[in-house]
Design a protein around this ligand. Structure first.
Ligand code: 8YV
Length: 301
């Protein structure tokens, strides 16, 4: 949470912080009375924690991912789960494009090359132009569509696969994730994480993407089979990857650090000042609505 969110929570409510070791005892003592939880999309709240809070009425997620909260379980307990829709769409799509360009134009590699004094002494590899390349979007929700618009502006040819039909697009729909990967030079993963999409990018999809293919993931680590991805990067099954998200954040697998042609980011898709302010305002508004006895405005369950 940004400091202003912390400050405004502090001003309006009695706040206990899970991650404050000094406050652990008072948190434990307060559990029966806790009425609202503010949490991150990557952290969520387990059913075990929900079970310890009989007065809980709202879980306000600072993000759009709901994969770390059991929505049905929360509903069964009459708990509203809220997210921050809309406000982070463009920034996440921007980072998807930034990772795409960073991979194609060797941005991270170039930075190291200049700093290490290798410029003028060694050749630097030519990049790949995005123009005219086929980009596949796995998951055509708000973020997928925003990424597609950006890709079009770079002269890329957009196609997609989505779990349910998408009416409001002229982009080509592919029959399956494998069919999409087969028909793509760059595969950008924008799909929401759930039990149904776990490891949806598997060895078969990576093989279909092929030896010149690039994988970009701005969704969740869980939607990509990390064993298959690391193997594919190391044995040349795919050419490169740009990754903002991982299965076990922040303790990502060490193999990612040595994987060839891979640009890594520490889950920064929504991390701009503007967007984090807007997300924080939504978290505060949802919690305030709950305490005012109203339905939190961006309830998702
Ligand atoms: C945030 C996210 O980084 O929206 C999501 O689901 O993962 C991101 O926007 C995260 O929720 C911050 O807590």
């Amino acid at each position: 949470m940004m400091q202003f969110v912390e400050d405004r929570l502090e001003a309006a409510y009695t706040v206990h912080r899970l991650h404050d070791p000094a406050g652990r005892a008072s948190l434990e003592a307060a559990l029966p009375d806790i009425r609202a939880v503010a949490t991150g999309g990557g952290s969520g709240l387990s059913n075990e924690w929900i079970g310890k809070m009989p007065s809980l009425g709202v879980i306000a997620i600072n993000g759009v991912g709901t994969d770390k909260v059991d929505l049905a379980f929360a509903r069964g307990r009459n708990i509203d789960v809220t997210t921050t829709p809309g406000v982070l769409t463009d920034d996440v799509a921007d980072l998807g494009m930034a990772l795409t360009l960073a991979v194609l134009r060797h941005v991270a590699k170039g930075d190291g090359f200049v700093r290490e004094g290798r410029w003028g002494r060694e050749p630097f590899p030519l990049g790949t132009s995005p123009k005219g390349k086929k980009v596949g979007i796995l998951g055509l929700g708000q973020i997928g569509k925003a990424f597609g618009r950006r890709a079009e502006a770079f002269g890329m040819d957009v196609r997609y696969w989505n779990r349910s039909p998408v009416a409001d697009t002229a982009w080509k729909s592919c029959a399956s994730p494998v069919a999409l990967a087969e028909d793509s030079d760059i595969l950008c993963v924008c799909i929401a994480a759930s039990a149904a999409t776990r490891n949806i990018v598997d060895a078969g999809v990576l093989k279909a993407l092929g030896g010149k293919g690039v994988l970009v993931n701005v969704a969740r680590g869980s939607v990509v089979d990390e064993n298959a991805l690391l193997a594919a990067l190391n044995d040349g099954t795919i050419a490169a990857a740009g990754l903002d998200v991982f299965l076990d954040e922040p303790n990502i697998r060490a193999d990612f650090l040595t994987a060839p042609n891979t640009v890594l980011m520490p889950h920064q898709g929504s991390a701009t000042v503007e967007t984090r302010v807007a997300m924080g305002e939504l978290v505060l508004a949802n919690i305030a609505a709950h305490f005012a006895g109203e339905k939190p405005p961006t309830t998702v369950n």
